[in-house]
Design a protein around this ligand. Structure first.
Ligand code: ZN
Length: 287
């Protein structure tokens, strides 16, 4: 039975696969050549994101260097007045140095904007270990230690993404971060949605209901109903769990009744409202 299904799927892939349009863009479900990860529009968006992160990194490095130079010059001036016994100027220079020490230097709080390109292609024992440790910390049941466990778990997941960006553990690490940031310990909802999105984009066949959670948080916490509709639409089409797909479709229809997500049709094939594609709705969804 399973074998037959696989054979049938392969047959279908062969029929439509003459041009090797085997992939779909994870953001809009448009069919794309199997050499690509995104459609043209979303590829451009991804490149812009990577370029912006590189530019931010460069500007931050310049700022950090400028702070160091500034302190070094202040120190030279301090020595100058100290050598000459100019107590008045010495005091004022020292005050400036002390004032500078009290400022909170800006740094980008969102480390995830600086991540390397993520993909789930390598099996890394070290990354799997970090993921397992993160999951264990996050899954603990003692509510009194929750905040500290979540912080420790987030650090483990972060190590997976930063140090093992090509490992198969990345998608689940992103999921774990979504769960942590959307929890009542953090309430960083926009951030949580970015991690749910990341979980799905790294691995569109993820076992986690990442799209559905992204939709829920976007709807109920961020009140961005148009974006929520897009996530429900993706979840209804791509979710692994049939029950969750059904819930997503129901929620999408609810939003549509209120005037949101009108372009996200579940019935037609083709789908992406902005860049129409030619993806067929899987037969299992027709039920
Ligand atoms: Zn796309």
């Amino acid at each position: 039975m399973k074998r037959g299904t696989v054979a049938a799927a392969l047959g279908a892939a062969l029929v439509t696969g003459a041009m090797a349009w085997a992939n779909v863009c994870p953001m809009c479900l448009q069919a794309i050549p199997d050499t690509e990860k995104y459609c043209v529009r979303h590829k451009a968006e991804q490149i812009a994101k990577v370029n912006a992160a590189a530019e931010e990194k460069k500007l931050m490095a310049e700022l950090v260097q400028a702070r160091k130079d500034y302190l070094a010059r202040l120190e030279k001036l301090r020595v100058f007045y100290s050598d000459r016994g100019n107590a008045d100027c010495l005091r004022r220079v020292q005050k400036e140095a002390a004032d500078f020490g009290r400022i909170e230097p800006f740094s980008p709080a969102l480390w995830e904007t600086q991540l390397p390109d993520l993909s789930a292609v390598e099996n890394s024992a070290e990354a799997n270990q970090l993921l397992a440790e993160g999951n264990e910390l996050r899954g603990g049941s003692n509510p009194f230690t929750r905040s500290s466990r979540y912080a420790a778990a987030a650090a483990k997941y972060r190590q997976v993404l930063e140090n093992h960006p090509k490992s198969t553990a990345t998608s689940s690490a992103a999921w774990g971060l979504g769960e942590i940031y959307s929890s009542s310990s953090y309430k960083e909802y926009a951030r949580a949605v970015r991690f749910y999105d990341m979980c799905y984009v790294i691995n569109p066949e993820t076992e986690h209901d990442a799209l559905y959670r992204a939709a829920q948080v976007t709807e109920s916490e961020l009140h961005d109903y148009e974006t929520a509709a897009r996530y429900y639409w993706l979840a209804a089409k791509m979710g692994r769990n049939p029950l969750v797909r059904e819930h997503a479709a129901t929620r999408l229809r609810g939003l549509q009744k209120n005037g949101f997500g009108a372009a996200f049709s579940l019935e037609t094939r083709g789908t992406d409202p902005v860049t129409p594609g030619n993806v067929e709705v899987p037969a299992t969804e027709k039920k």
